[in-house]
Design a protein around this ligand. Structure first.
Ligand SMILES: Nc1ncnc2c1ncn2[C@@H]1O[C@H](COP(=O)(O)OP(=O)(O)OP(=O)(O)O)[C@@H](O)[C@H]1O
Ligand SMILES: CC(=O)C(=O)O
Ligand SMILES: [K+]
Ligand SMILES: [Mg+2]
Length: 593
């Protein structure tokens, strides 16, 4: 039995193709390598044979071509499913792409397309259909709804509008639901949008509940153990220090506090308390990551078919595993990805394990900055982005990217520098919070993210600045290793040959993510058979997700794709592309006919 890696080389390619297998270790040391040239398909077959090949057979996760003498092949049954996997009711002869990508490709060509993905938190400033449409046209790839705020009915309405937008306008905007979590936070201020705390005022932080209106200078606290945990003399920080109090007296459920740094209290703002300059983790460290309210929200998210659930204040990998198995049991057909929000000291302690257990991570700098010294946040960000890249998990950089644009139409120079740095780190996505949820200039803020991303990405191209980081091998089986090696090699070839685009045909998105992980210079056209995978791929760096029904015959897939994309002016004859797929383990280099 033998395993075959096919490198298809078209006779019209611009330069002779050379390939290196960067980690020969994926081939069994006892096996042999053979090179065969198949005339009919202009195919170079690199064949590794091994007595141990049967160990490597995992057709479910990653089918490999099993070939005899390099001629012809037997495809596994998993491979043959492909053609049947089209979304119900979709036209098998069409390709789905959003109007923004289409226009971008037509007007400016492949190189101009943005690689860094953009997320907008939806709130009162952006929940109208036209406002959502404007954000989608402005480049929003993912819409985030924050379950800390608003009612389920409100969120349902937003989801319904986003779905309609996708259906009517061909967008693939994914939906991310963000849980509230049960860390200590204030109540909703009795319905007021904010409250001003002045220097020297005494405020009552209480675990009692009130029927509205709240008594004057009263803040309710969500955590019942609060009055027991704090001590007289503790410092109480609202939103990481936006407002500061000192605990002066405890009377049963009431904690009297003196305002020492005045400021604006916002509904449900996060509270931390500090003793001798250190964050206090008392019994509040035992608060559940997923509260009973969060479980109801999660059921809501599953029922509504959201694409991502972002879990706030993750402390350990266990909670992520627990949630993933819950989702799997509750929603067999849906495939919701779980994003771990890194925003607490506890999450930093178990970072690798948490990221490994998750489908992605978010650097939630808002709350993180309230738990660790601010000067430590940039280095943690860099570390989280790097670990995610290594483990092949999409990573989002979030919070205060353009905070001043909540009020002003242009950002500060420092904010632009911060956004540039996140793009330079090649994180997958940047996220707007208050800027888009309740700011005065949501579309302008999105435009800033878009233009800063494009500017840095253009600079890489102009300076021919390939990324050189060493990515560790992550495959857990031999067939996974083949996929990984193919993607690593294809991305490297794409850079060296300066191809116009990488094409990837992928059922579950895995091959697309492996290509994205390499951060190649050219855009990656990711063809997938279902609308849900298409939406999920929209979070990942450099991927342009298309929905297309395809078969197990790569030649016919490519011909179909070429004619569909050519007909719509998105590619043209002579464009040089490299194609890979997760059904036929191959790299094909060719000019568009
Ligand atoms: N659905 C909503 N309804 C009303 N206001 C919202 C909504 N979503 C967000 N906001 C407002 O936008 C602000 C910023 O949003 P953001 O999602 O960053 O919330 P947050 O309270 O800081 O919590 P988190 O730590 O989860 O990000 C919130 O403080 C709130 O005032
Ligand atoms: C996004 C978020 O939850 C934070 O920054 O705290
Ligand atoms: K949240
Ligand atoms: Mg947070």
């Amino acid at each position: 039995m033998s395993q075959a890696l096919n490198f298809f080389v078209s006779s019209s390619s611009r330069s002779p193709a050379t390939f290196t297998i960067s980690r020969p270790s994926v081939f069994p040391s006892t096996g042999s390598l053979r090179l065969l040239v198949k005339k009919s398909l202009r195919t170079l077959v690199v064949e590794a044979s091994s007595a141990a090949a049967s160990d490597l057979d995992e057709p479910q996760s990653s089918p490999v071509l099993v070939s005899e003498n390099g001629s012809g092949g037997v495809l596994s049954s998993a491979t043959q499913e492909y053609g049947r996997n089209a979304a119900p009711g979709t036209d098998s002869s069409s390709i789905e792409v959003d109007t923004v990508t289409e226009a971008e490709l037509k007007e400016n060509g492949f190189r101009s397309t943005r690689r860094t993905k953009l997320i907008c938190t939806i709130g009162p400033a952006t929940c109208g259909f036209e406002q959502l449409e404007a954000l989608a046209e402005g480049g929003m790839n993912v819409a985030r709804i924050n379950m800390c705020h608003g009612t389920r009915e409100w969120h349902r309405m937003v989801i319904e509008r986003l779905r309609r937008l996708n259906e009517e306008k061909g967008f693939a905007v994914a939906i991310m639901m963000d849980t509230e979590g049960s860390e200590i936070h204030m109540g909703d201020l009795g319905g007021a949008s904010s409250a001003k705390a002045e220097d020297g005022e005494i405020w009552n932080f209480t675990v009692r509940s009130f029927d509205p209106p709240l008594p004057e200078r009263t803040v309710t606290v969500n955590y019942d153990g609060f009055a027991e945990d704090v001590k007289v003399g503790d410092e109480l920080l609202v939103d990481g220090g936006m407002v500061r109090f000192e605990v002066i007296e405890k009377i049963g459920p009431d904690v009297k506090c003196l305002c020492t740094d005045p400021g604006l209290l916002l509904p449900r703002a996060n509270l931390t308390f500090w003793r001798d300059g250190k964050l206090v983790r008392e019994r509040n460290a035992m608060l559940p990551t997923i509260s009973s309210k969060d479980w109801l929200d999660i059921d809501f998210g599953i029922a509504e078919g959201v694409d991502f659930i972002a879990v706030s204040f993750v402390k350990s990998a266990e909670v992520i595993k627990h949630l993933k198995s819950y989702i799997q049991a509750r929603a067999r057909d849906s495939d919701i990805s779980v994003i771990a929000k890194i925003e607490s000291i506890d999450s930093l302690k178990n970072l690798e394990e948490i990221i490994q257990a998750s489908d992605g991570a978010m650097v939630a700098r808002g709350d993180l900055g309230a738990q660790i010294p601010l000067e430590q946040v940039p280095s943690e960000q860099q570390k989280i982005v790097q670990i995610c890249r290594q483990l092949n998990r999409p990573v989002i950089v979030a919070s205060q990217l353009l905070e001043s644009m909540i009020e002003y139409p242009i950002p500060t120079r420092a904010e632009v520098a911060d956004v540039s740095e996140a793009v330079r780190q090649r994180g997958d996505a940047l996220m707007l919070s208050g800027e888009s949820a309740m700011g005065q200039f949501p579309e302008k803020a999105l435009t800033v993210l878009r233009s800063v991303s494009l500017r840095i990405e253009r600079m890489w191209r102009e300076q021919k600045c390939h990324e050189v980081i060493e990515l560790p091998s992550i495959a857990s089986s031999f067939s996974d290793s083949i996929s990984e090696e193919i993607c690593n090699s294809a991305a490297k070839m794409a850079n060296n040959l300066e191809v116009d685009a990488l094409f990837v045909y992928t059922k579950n998105g895995h091959m697309a993510s492996l290509l994205s992980r390499c951060r190649p210079d050219c855009p990656i056209f990711a063809f997938t058979t279902t609308t849900s995978v298409r939406r999920r791929l929209n979070l990942q760096w450099g991927l342009m997700p298309f929905r297309l029904s395809f078969s197990d015959d790569m030649e016919s897939n490519l011909n179909k794709t070429f004619s569909l994309l050519k007909a719509r002016g998105m590619i043209k004859s002579g464009d040089l592309i490299i194609a890979v797929s997760d059904m036929l383990q191959s790299i094909q280099v060719m000019n568009v006919p």
